[in-house]
Write a protein that binds this ligand. Structure first.
Ligand code: COA
Length: 98
């Protein structure tokens, strides 16, 4: 099973009319590296665009920052601690207005 959640929430780092937060992204360890994360992310972004969202942001675990960059997010902060999960960086993607 692989999961991700999107919900409306203001972005801490960028002004937007309709920002959404991406949380809880995880793919089954047995299929990592095979495109499931990209597919989940793309489907979620498509749905956020469809309901008028103009930005998605994420507290990206340091080890996963490269993944978010590969699927189109920009890294916009230095590293910060989010206990108990550890080091994160802020990432976001601005979306086309539908
Ligand atoms: C991060 C995670 C969701 C990526 O899922 P995935 O199914 O492996 O991702 P994909 O196979 O779709 O990878 C998409 C691209 O990102 C790259 N990528 C995947 N994980 C990466 C990582 N940790 N660092 C850098 N690049 C990564 C892939 O190589 C692929 O590159 P490509 O465009 O050259 O093909 C998955 O590794 C995971 O669940 N990790 C544990 C939980 C976690 O850290 N979640 C993030 C919390 S913020």
């Amino acid at each position: 099973m692989s999961v991700v959640r999107f919900h409306p929430r203001d972005c801490p780092w960028r002004e937007a009319e309709a920002a959404w937060q991406l949380r809880g992204m995880a793919t089954d360890p047995r299929v990592r590296g095979l495109g499931a994360g990209r597919a989940l992310g793309a489907e979620g972004l498509t749905r956020v665009i469809a309901v008028g969202g103009d930005l998605v942001w994420c507290d990206a675990r340091a080890a996963a920052v490269g993944f978010y960059e590969r699927i189109g997010f920009s890294t916009v902060t230095e590293t910060y601690d989010l206990p108990p999960a550890g080091s994160h960086r802020g990432t976001l993607i601005e979306l086309p207005i539908r």
